[in-house]
Design a protein. Sequence first.
Length: 138
Amino acid sequence: MRSRKERTILFRGKRVDNKGWAKGCYVNGRGPKDQPHHTRHYILEYPDAWHEIYTNTIGQYTGLNDKNGKMIFEGDILSAFLDDNFPEIETRAVVVWQDDQLSWGMEQPGFGVDPLETYDGLTWAVIGNIHDNPELLA
């Protein structure tokens, strides 16, 4: 019998009530009786904390951690110093889901998308995300 690598399925989203982040199980459902066609989006944090979240901030955990052990989520901005000849040059990329590849990627402004799995997690650090820190990509 083959051993399967265990996956952690986890989402995060920015909370509607206080603009903080919630991490847990993503759930969507109908709105109140006066708005039955309105779908609401929630993160359920264990064991029973429900937080309504902004839809455009939902991001899934990639299953990978950065060099500091921090979980890498869709929408995170990563930083690394990759060139031994020019150690002062920083490379930044955004974590994205590639529908056509069915895999996680790193999008560098002006360069396109590379597979996330090809990079050594010991090299990259999460320095922010596109929702809280868009200026990090400017």
